[in-house]
Design a protein around this ligand. Structure first.
Ligand SMILES: [Ca+2]
Length: 473
C-alpha cells in the first residue's frame, strides 16, 4: 500500500478524468436490472393478522420467535394499510394490489395486464420466482406456483425450491401467501394447547356489538365468527385459537428462513413480513376486516429486513402496495412508471420521514376514511354519518370528537383531503346519499336477516357439494 502514496496525485487525475464514465456505468447498471449481486427476496405474508399481532410489535401474548428474529434488525412500518376493498374478501384486492402496485378502484383493475406485476418485474430483472399459498390473486406469473393448503404445505414447497435453487445463477423471489390465522384459525393441536383462553386479555375497546349500522354488520366475518352479543368467554376462546394459528404460521415461516440459512443465503436475503389485511378481534364490537377502524380491517404493518436496511421504526403512512416499488428501489430494479404505490426506501434510509401526508382507505360503498399523522375521519355515506378521532391521544378511537366545535376546521381539511384522494385513486363513490338508511343496529335488528343468511349458507353447503372451504378469501 505504501507504493501507492507517491502515485496518489496521478491516481486522482485518472479518477477525476474517469468519474463521468464511472457514474454513467453505475446509472446504467441500475437501469439495466443486472442481477449481479442482487439479494434474494422473501415475502412472508399472513392472512388476516392484526396490525399489532407479532412479538416484535410488542404484543403481550402471541409468540412469534422466528419472525421476531428476522425482523429485530429490520425497519418497522406500523402505519401500513390496505387501500380498500370492493368485496367482503379484502384479501383479494389487497393481494392483487401488493402484486400490482395499483389502486383497486382503477377501471379494469383485475384485468389490466399492461402494467407489469411485481413478479413479472423481478422475473424480468433476472430473478427466479415462486409463490406458495393462496392462489388466484393475480399471481399466476411466478415461475412456479404451488398451493400447499396450510402454512406447513406452503413451507414444504418453498423449502424444496430453496434447496434446489438457492445460490445459483439467479437470485430468488419467494412469496409465501399463508392461510393463517384466517378464520377458522387452523393449527395442529400442539399449538392450540399453548394458549389458555382464561389467560387472554380482552381488547381495549371491546363491545358486545357495534353500536350503529356501518353498512357491514352482516358480513361473513361478523355473523360466522361469534354470536351477538359477544361475551368475554367466547372472545377469549376465539383469540386463543387465533394466537395458536399465528404461532403455527410463524413456525412454518421459520422453516423457510432456516432453509435460506442452510443454503448460505440468509445474509443475502431481503425479508418482507406483513399481512394482507388487519382484523378487529373484538374491538368496537367487531370481529372481522370489513371496517376502517385502526387495528381493524385495513390496518396492517410491514417490516423490511436484510442487506442495506438499517434497524429502525417509522410512523410514515404507508400502503401494503408500497412493498412493490420499495423492493425495486432496494434492489436497484427499475420501478414501472404507472404505479400508484410509492417506494418507502427514502424512509428506510433516513432521507425522508414520510412519503405521503394523508392515508385514504375504503370499504365497498359504505365506508371511507382518511387520516394524517394525528387526526382521523371516518365517513359512512349510506347513513350520512362522520366520526372524528385524535389518534395521538386516542389511538383506539374510543372518543368521537365530531361534534366538538373546535374541530370544525380540521374536519373540513380532512374531508377535502378525502375527496382529493378519491379522485387520485379512482374512487367515484358518493360521500352523501339523499335517503340515508336507519343507523340503528343491535343483534335484535339483525336477527331476521342473519337467519336468512345462515339458512342460505346451510342450503348451499348441503345441496350442491359447494361446501368447499372458502380458500382465497
Ligand atoms: Ca385476509
Amino acid at each position: 500500500m505504501i507504493g501507492w502514496v507517491p502515485n496518489r496525485c496521478l491516481y486522482m487525475v485518472f479518477a477525476v478524468a474517469l468519474l463521468p464514465a464511472l457514474l454513467l456505468e453505475v446509472v446504467n447498471a441500475a437501469n439495466t436490472n443486472s442481477t449481479v449481486n442482487k439479494p434474494n427476496i422473501c415475502i412472508l405474508l399472513a392472512d388476516d393478522l392484526r396490525a399489532d399481532c407479532l412479538g416484535i410489535l410488542g404484543h403481550p401474548i402471541v409468540k412469534t420467535p422466528n419472525l421476531d428474529g428476522v425482523c429485530k434488525e429490520g425497519h418497522i412500518f406500523r402505519n401500513t394499510y390496505v387501500l380498500g376493498s370492493n368485496a367482503s374478501a379484502v384479501c383479494i384486492p389487497s393481494r392483487q394490489m401488493i402484486l400490482k402496485g395499483v389502486s383497486y378502484l382503477r377501471p379494469g383493475f383485475r384485468n389490466n395486464h399492461k402494467i407489469p406485476t411485481m413478479a413479472e418485474t423481478f422475473r424480468e430483472a433476472g430473478y427466479l420466482s415462486m409463490r406458495a399459498g393462496k392462489p388466484k390473486n393475480g399471481d399466476e406469473v411466478f415461475d412456479e406456483n404451488q398451493y400447499g393448503g396450510h402454512a406447513d404445505g406452503n413451507a414444504d414447497y418453498l423449502v424444496e425450491f430453496i434447496e434446489k435453487n438457492a445460490g445459483g445463477d439467479k437470485p430468488l423471489f419467494l412469496y409465501m401467501a399463508g392461510h393463517e390465522p384466517h378464520d377458522s384459525q387452523y393449527a395442529p393441536d400442539e399449538y392450540y394447547s399453548r394458549y389458555q383462553p382464561a389467560d387472554i386479555p380482552m381488547p381495549v375497546s371491546f363491545l358486545p356489538y357495534h353500536p350503529f349500522d356501518n353498512g357491514a354488520m352482516l358480513e361473513a366475518d361478523e355473523f360466522r365468527t361469534l354470536k351477538w352479543p359477544r361475551t368475554k368467554e367466547a372472545l377469549q376462546a376465539k383469540l386463543a385459537k387465533y394466537y395458536a394459528s399465528t404461532t403455527f404460521w410463524d413456525a412454518e415461516a421459520g422453516r423457510v428462513i432456516e432453509a435460506l440459512k442452510q443454503a448460505g443465503q440468509y445474509e443475502n436475503t431481503i425479508f418482507v413480513v406483513s399481512s394482507d389485511n388487519g382484523y378487529s378481534n373484538g374491538d368496537h364490537g367487531l370481529m372481522g376486516k370489513q371496517n376502517l377502524y385502526e387495528f381493524g380491517g385495513m390496518h396492517s404493518f410491514v417490516i423490511f429486513a436484510g442487506p442495506g436496511i438499517p434497524k429502525g421504526e417509522s410512523k410514515a403512512l404507508a400502503y401494503l402496495m408500497d412493498i412493490y416499488p420499495t423492493l425495486c428501489e432496494l434492489t436497484e430494479t427499475k420501478i414501472p412508471n404507472e404505479l400508484d404505490a410509492k417506494s418507502l426506501a427514502p424512509v428506510i434510509s433516513g432521507k425522508s420521514p414520510k412519503v405521503r401526508d394523508y392515508l385514504f382507505t375504503a370499504f365497498k360503498k359504505n365506508q371511507r376514511a382518511i387520516r394524517d399523522d394525528r387526526w382521523k375521519l371516518i365517513r359512512y355515506p349510506l347513513i350520512n354519518k362522520t366520526q372524528f378521532f385524535d389518534l395521538e391521544n386516542d389511538p383506539h378511537e374510543m372518543n368521537d370528537l365530531f361534534d366538538q366545535p373546535e374541530n370544525a376546521d380540521r374536519i373540513k381539511v380532512l374531508m377535502a383531503a378525502l375527496q382529493e384522494k378519491q379522485k387520485r385513486f379512482g374512487d367515484k363513490a358518493p360521500l352523501t346519499v339523499d335517503n340515508p338508511a336507519d343507523p340503528a343496529w343491535n343483534p335484535g335488528i339483525g336477527k331476521e336477516e342473519l337467519a336468512k343468511r345462515t339458512a342460505k349458507r346451510a342450503a348451499m353447503n348441503s345441496g350442491n357439494g359447494s361446501s368447499k372451504r372458502e380458500a382465497g378469501k
